[in-house]
Structures are given as structure tokens and as C-alpha cells.
Design a protein around this ligand. Structure first.
Ligand code: FES
Length: 385
């Protein structure tokens, strides 16, 4: 489906952005988005590098939930990181594996099957403990792909993995490199920053990564929907502008370098950014850990044949990792940490943000509980009408 956002649809956001009155400053236009401080659960999320998950548990936090990752018999398992007995983290360094395929809590020896989460032994209550089989710790579906561990926290059945993973990452011959870090700030500020048209031209104007291209001062932009993606399309770039009463901008030399920033920037649910360059793609995920921080996944992906892939790998480790995934994206990190909205007062380029929020509002998957609640609300509305 390709659906250009038409004037009518874009108008509320533009009016909000340009009319001189107080305008809408809160997020009540996007109630689902407003409530999603901990993200949307019915999606696959990348959470760790595969190579970092071994036979020792690794504690992580995803969408507000504490999770223990561990590799057992070659498979990565994900369990709720809380012993149902007295709430001790199962990932505690004193916990241990006493029987194959199980994990024993360090406090009283409750022992859980790693695949199903069922309590299979309460060591300190003997082999006939009547509690066995009556308690289960939640386990989560896991996928390992492209060197990453992906988890499903949804309340509904896990969706096909390919529904949530960009096609470049499903290519088994692609080279995939990147960084995973935990950063401060709500995940929505990260996703919005990635797709924010205004910041790209201003915040990063001095970044080493963008020194090679001539940055526009402003652009005539449309936001289009293209399958699961929302994409910023720059119809016309303006490399200088005359501001009445102020003078001409720019006069700085970094703007006099070659033109030609042909990158295509897109965003999709559950908060996945793609920056498409001519030969390779850059991806980012902001996976809510808590409402105040997130796991930030950056990937660089390319498949142009064996030798060019190797060259790209070298290019990444000697340049892009430090200059792009490091210095450039650190400028974003600083902004994501300090963004404090709403309230907010938007301007014209923020149509990229409002269209993203509108897409989330319409398309974010609902959990089975949300679906039931919405059906009940609809029934109530119908009764009143
Ligand atoms: Fe885990 Fe008691 S708290 S066995």
C-alpha cells in the first residue's frame, strides 16, 4: 500500500504547527501513543547480541518487565526474572543449574523447567513436594537471527517473526554489525528524534559524519506511508534562505560542501528506524526498558556480495562505528535524555512527528485484553446512541 498523506489528513497537524494561538500542546490527540510509555507488547523486539548469551544468566529489562536470558542446550531461553516463591531474581549470581534443562533459585531451591517455566522440583521440600507442577514462571518466545536475540512479550500468540523484522535483516547473506546500549529517556523520544526532520538539519550540522554532504537549511517535505513504513520524502531541498530583517543564512563553510544527501529515512512500528543509503542500511530500535530508559539497538546491514561485504565490515569497524554509531548518534542521545514533552509547541517540520503518532494510533497492534475492552466500549457507546 502506498498512501501519500493528503492535504486534508495533514491539515490538523499543520494547523497545530502554524496557527499563532495556543494550539494543542498535550498528546490527547494520540491517546494510545500517550499511554504507551512502556511500548507496545504485541511485537518482536531485539534485546541482546546472541554471542553474549551463555550458560550464565543475563538480566535485562524489556517493556517494564524483568527478564532472564540464558543459553541451555544451545537454545536461548527467556524467563520472567522473579521467583514466584518470595520474589528473588532468578538471575541472581548465586542461582544455579542443578539438573539439565532447569534453573534453581538460589534462596530455597525452587527449580524451574527452562522451556516451560513449570516448577519441577522444590529441592528443600523433598522429591514428593506437592507444590511441584502447581507453579509456573512465565517464559517468553525467543528467536535468534542475524546475531541477535529477539523476544516476544505479547499477551497474544507470537506473530510470524518476518512480520516485524525488516527484509534486509532476513537476508541470511547480509553482513550485520552494530551496537547495543542502554540509554536514558523514554523510547518515544528516541523514535521521534530518529524521524525528526528539523533536528537532522540543525543538531547534526557540525557532526563529522555529515561534514561530507551539504546539508539543506530547510526542505519541502511530504510524509508518505509505504507498507509498514512511514517515510520522509524531501521534494525540494533549500541550501540557503533569506530571512527578512535578519539577513541570509547560511554563511558557514560547512554548508558549501557537495550536495547530495540521498538518504531515505523511514520509521515503523514498534519503533524501528531505517536510513537507506545507496549500498547499505542503518537501523535503530528503541526498546523501552522502563518509562525512563531504553535499550538502543543500532545496526548496519549490507549485502553486496562476499568481497564488498568484507570491505563494508572493515569500513564499519574503522570508521562508521565510531563516527556514525558513536559521535553522531551521541548528539541524539543527549537530546533524547533531556526532551521533556508534553507540553510542546510544534512547528511545520514536526509533521514528521505527528504523522508517526497518527500511524501508531491507527496501526499499533492491540493485545487481546485491549481488543475486549474496545469491543465493550463500542457496545456501551452503541447503547447510549
Ligand atoms: Fe526462590 Fe524461595 S525465593 S525459592
Amino acid at each position: 500500500m502506498t498512501d501519500t498523506v493528503d492535504e486534508e489528513q495533514a491539515r490538523p497537524a499543520r494547523r497545530q504547527a502554524t496557527v499563532g494561538g495556543p494550539g494543542r500542546r498535550d498528546w490527547s490527540t494520540w491517546p494510545r501513543y500517550e499511554k504507551a510509555a512502556l511500548g507496545f507488547r504485541e511485537y518482536w523486539y531485539p534485546v541482546a547480541w546472541s554471542r553474549k548469551i551463555g550458560s550464565k544468566p543475563r538480566a535485562i529489562q524489556v517493556l517494564g518487565e524483568k527478564i532472564m536470558l540464558i543459553r541451555d542446550g544451545g537454545e536461548v531461553r527467556a524467563l520472567h526474572d522473579r521467583c514466584p516463591h518470595r520474589g528473588v531474581p532468578l538471575s541472581h549470581k548465586m542461582s544455579s543449574q542443578e539438573f539439565p534443562g532447569t534453573w534453581s533459585c538460589c534462596y530455597h531451591g525452587w527449580t524451574f523447567d527452562l522451556e516451560t517455566g513449570v516448577l519441577v522440583a522444590a529441592i528443600t521440600d523433598g522429591p514428593e513436594s506437592p507444590i511441584c507442577g502447581k507453579v509456573t514462571v512465565r517464559t517468553y518466545p525467543v528467536q535468534e537471527a542475524r546475531g541477535l536475540v529477539w523476544v516476544w512479550l505479547g499477551d497474544g500468540p507470537a506473530r510470524p517473526f518476518a512480520d516485524d523484522v525488516p527484509e534486509e535483516l532476513l537476508d541470511p547473506d547480509a553482513v550485520v554489525v552494530g551496537r547495543i546500549t542502554v540509554r536514558d529517556g523514554n523510547w518515544r523520544f528516541g523514535a521521534e528524534n530518529g524521524f525528526d526532520d528539523g533536528h537532522a538539519k540543525w543538531l547534526h550540522r557540525n557532526a563529522l559524519w555529515t561534514k561530507r554532504v551539504k546539508m539543506p537549511v530547510w526542505s519541502e517535505m511530504k510524509v508518505i506511508r509505504d507498507g509498514p513504513w512511514i517515510t520522509r520524502r524531501k521534494d525540494k531541498m533549500h541550501y540557503s534562505a533569506s530571512f527578512p530583517g535578519l539577513g541570509d543564512f547560511p554563511k558557514k563553510k560547512w554548508y558549501r560542501r557537495r550536495e547530495g544527501n540521498k538518504t531515505k529515512v523511514s520509521l515503523r512500528l514498534p519503533g524501528t528506524l531505517r536510513v537507506k543509503y545507496a549500498e547499505w542500511s542503518h537501523f535503530e530500535w528503541w526498546v523501552a526498558a522502563t518509562a525512563e530508559n531504553h535499550t538502543y539497538v543500532q545496526l548496519a546491514v549490507m549485502n553486496q556480495g562476499k568481497w564488498r561485504n568484507r570491505k563494508f565490515w572493515l569500513y564499519y569497524w574503522t570508521w562508521a562505528r565510531w563516527v556514525f554509531h558513536g559521535m553522531f548518534n551521541d548528539e541524539d542521545r543527549l537530546m533524547v535524555e533531556v526532551t521533556d514533552a508534553p507540553p510542546e509547541r510544534l512547528y511545520r517540520p514536526d509533521v514528521s512527528l505527528t504523522e508517526w503518532r497518527r500511524m501508531v494510533e491507527e496501526e499499533a497492534r492491540r493485545s487481546p485484553v485491549e481488543e475486549v475492552k474496545e469491543r465493550q466500549a463500542e457496545k456501551r457507546r452503541a447503547k447510549h446512541d
